[in-house]
Each structure stands twice: as structure tokens, then as C-alpha cells.
Design a protein around this ligand. Structure first.
Ligand SMILES: Nc1nc2c(ncn2[C@@H]2O[C@H](COP(=O)(O)OP(=O)(O)O)[C@@H](O)[C@H]2O)c(=O)[nH]1
Ligand SMILES: [Mg+2]
Length: 361
């Protein structure tokens, strides 16, 4: 059998839809109980049913609009009487709810990429080890110990976080270290969230604080404004009482910078608050019951549906709406919606999805 052949056959014979087929792969790959439970909910059709309800409402609205196109005289009257406006609004609400749940489901499957950054010796490798509960990265008092990235996936409340430890950011003459630092910046640029670690026991040193500020400027310049940066003050066990935890000006106003967090990577003190903050910036609501698993592909499709519905809404609310444009936006919304469960989906997409299965599934 080819990879995914049995699942593909079930799909082609209409035993399951595409989202359910994907859930089979997700069930096989599930690394947490929460992921497995929500994958079986998707497999049993919970997610597909929600998509189906959206489709029904959308098809109903499309029929109205298409019918109106044939009677251009009374078109607006007709749409008003049939409450097309109310139907479209209800559909947008319903989509918003499904999108929010789908984003949670996708988070459970894909997780987020978290990069630990900061000056050498701030305790980045110690923090990775503490979060992972294992000695993964080498920890020494020698600045410049970490030269290449170390990555580990950890689970918090069943949400996978791909945590990456990086080389300490500083000017270095050492060729290998410089390459490590360049890689660190690449990782930072691709992160979903950054933990910016500071050594609380050194906040009295002007040079140290100035270097932190310079890093903050570069972070602010290189990262999209929507990416959260969480300031973390490490080594509370060493720090003098009252040591300063000033948020860094270039990062002010960014998500994650609301409140200062301090911890000791050595004793584990404060680590739980770091975990909770990570879940918060990831957008995790709670281990909601009844969650189904989803993929980034589904989230993107629903966002596309939303964009078309917004266009349709704008069109419907101008004087003398162009009904052919309205009809076209609704048609595009349905195409995007259909791609989730695989109705009328192009063969290319199917090939990509089924080839990611292991052989014989
Ligand atoms: N006392 C204390 N030492 C720490 C703490 N975190 C890290 N260190 C020490 O600081 C040094 C540098 O730590 P490391 O994790 O290698 O820092 P990195 O260069 O940022 O990866 C090591 O000697 C660690 O043992 C902490 O919370 N408290
Ligand atoms: Mg290190």
C-alpha cells in the first residue's frame, strides 16, 4: 500500500471527509491525551458537522442572492423581505465561533515556537532544561557555551511548545560563536513568541543594562509588532532585594510585556508563572471540553471565508449594491469552506495531504 492509501480510499468512497481523514493522521501522531481525544472527536465528525452547518447557512443565502439576480427590478426589496441581511450577520457570528474553536484545535496540534534569547550567561540553557525537566543543553559559567540552537518540545496543559535555546547575543570575535549568534537571530525572526532573559543579579552594572537595551532595540526592529516578547528576570536566588525589573523601552506596548516576571532557573521558583504566561501569549483559552483537533490549513480556510463574508457584508450595505459581486463573494466563501472537508478540492491538495501519511494507513 502507498502512504495514506487506505485512508484515501475511504475518502474517495465517501466514507469520511477530508477533515476526518486528516484526523486519522492526527490521532496516530497525537503526543498528548488531549490531542488524542480531540483528534477522535474530529474523526467522529464533530468538526465536520460544524463546517456542514456553516455550509447549509451559506448555501441558503446564496440561493436567495442567485434567485434575486434573475429579477433585477425588485432585487433589494426581495433581499430585505427574505432577511438576507440578518442571515449574513448570523453567518458571520457563527463563523467567528467556529474559527475561535478551530484556532484552539490547531494550537493543540501545531503548538507554537518559543525562542529563549538574551545575553550570554543569563541562564537561557538553564531555563530550557528547567522547562523540559531534563539536562538537554550544556550549562556552564563560561559565556558563549551555547553555540548552536537546542530545541525541545514541551507540553503545558497539553499544548505543545517548541522551545529553542539559542547562543547568547553579544559581539564576538569567535567564528563559531558568531555563526551561532546569526542563527539565534534567524530563530528569533521566525518565532511565535520570545522569552527575553535578563540576569537580575547584574542589573546594577551599567554596561550589562546598556547591552540589554541594545538587544531590545534590535528585537523591536527585527520582529513583527504582533509577536509577543516576554521579559524574564532570572536568578532571583542571587539577586539583591529590590533589584530593578524595568521593562525595556523599545519593547513597551508589545504583547507579553504587560507585567514583569522573575524566576530562578536554578531553584525552579517562578517557573509556573512563566508556563502560564506562555499559554496566555499562545492564545490558549483553557482545556475546553469538546475541543476538536484542527490544522493551520483549516484556520486559513476559515479566515478566507471570513474575508469573503466581510466583502459580501460591505457590498450589501452600500446604496444600490452590486448583486453580481455579492453573489461572487459568497461563491468564493463557499469554495474556501469546501476545501476544509474536501468537496470539490483540487487533486494537488489531496496529494499533499495523503502523502504525509505513513505507509499502509
Ligand atoms: N544562582 C543561579 N545561577 C543560575 C541561574 N540560572 C543559571 N545560572 C547559572 O548561570 C550560568 C550560566 O547559565 P546558562 O544556562 O549556561 O546561561 P546561558 O549562557 O544563558 O545559556 C551557569 O553557571 C548557571 O548555573 C539561577 O537561576 N540562579
Ligand atoms: Mg546557553
Amino acid at each position: 500500500a502507498q502512504p495514506g492509501e487506505f485512508t484515501e480510499r475511504a475518502f474517495l468512497n465517501d466514507k469520511i471527509d477530508l477533515a476526518q481523514a486528516e484526523a486519522i493522521a492526527d490521532l496516530i501522531d497525537a503526543s498528548t491525551e488531549a490531542a488524542a481525544r480531540s483528534a477522535s472527536r474530529s474523526l467522529s465528525g464533530d468538526f465536520s458537522r460544524e463546517i456542514g452547518e456553516l455550509r447549509e447557512a451559506l448555501v441558503h443565502l446564496r440561493m436567495l442572492v442567485e434567485a434575486t439576480l434573475d429579477f433585477p427590478e425588485e432585487e433589494i426589496d426581495f433581499l430585505q423581505k427574505a432577511d438576507a441581511y440578518g442571515q449574513l450577520d448570523a453567518l458571520r457570528d457563527q463563523l467567528g465561533q467556529v474559527l475561535a474553536r478551530t484556532q484552539q484545535g490547531a494550537l493543540l496540534r501545531e503548538g507554537i515556537k518559543v525562542v529563549i534569547a538574551g545575553q550570554p550567561n543569563a541562564g537561557k540553557s538553564s531555563l530550557l532544561n528547567a522547562l523540559a525537566g531534563a539536562e538537554l543543553a550544556i550549562v556552564t559559567p563560561i559565556a558563549g557555551t551555547t553555540r548552536d540552537k537546542v530545541q525541545q518540545t514541551i507540553q503545558i496543559d497539553g499544548v505543545p511548545l517548541h522551545v529553542i535555546d539559542t547562543a547568547g547575543l553579544r559581539d564576538s570575535e569567535d567564528e563559531v560563536e558568531r555563526i551561532g549568534i546569526a542563527r539565534a537571530w534567524d530563530e528569533i525572526a521566525a518565532a511565535d513568541a520570545v522569552l527575553f532573559l535578563h540576569d537580575l543579579s547584574r542589573m546594577g552594572e551599567a554596561g550589562y543594562v546598556a547591552d540589554d537595551l541594545e538587544i531590545a532595540h534590535t528585537l523591536a526592529a527585527r520582529m513583527a509588532p504582533s509577536i509577543p516578547v516576554i521579559d524574564l528576570w532570572n536568578k532571583t536566588d542571587l539577586a539583591a532585594p529590590g533589584a530593578q525589573m524595568q521593562p525595556l523601552a523599545p519593547l513597551a506596548g508589545r504583547q507579553g510585556s504587560e507585567a514583569s516576571l522573575s524566576l530562578s532557573a536554578r531553584t525552579g521558583d517562578g517557573l509556573d508563572a512563566v508556563r502560564q504566561r506562555l499559554l496566555q501569549v499562545a492564545g490558549w483559552q483553557s482545556a475546553a471540553e469538546g475541543l476538536y483537533i484542527a490544522r493551520a490549513r483549516h484556520v486559513e480556510a476559515l479566515q478566507a471565508v471570513g474575508a469573503h463574508l466581510e466583502e459580501a457584508h460591505a457590498q450589501l450595505n452600500v446604496p444600490g449594491p452590486a448583486l453580481d459581486i455579492l453573489a461572487e463573494e459568497l461563491r468564493l466563501a463557499q469554495t474556501a469552506l469546501n476545501s476544509i472537508t474536501g468537496e470539490f478540492t483540487s487533486d494537488d491538495l489531496l496529494g499533499v495531504i495523503f502523502s504525509s501519511f505513513c505507509i499502509g494507513k
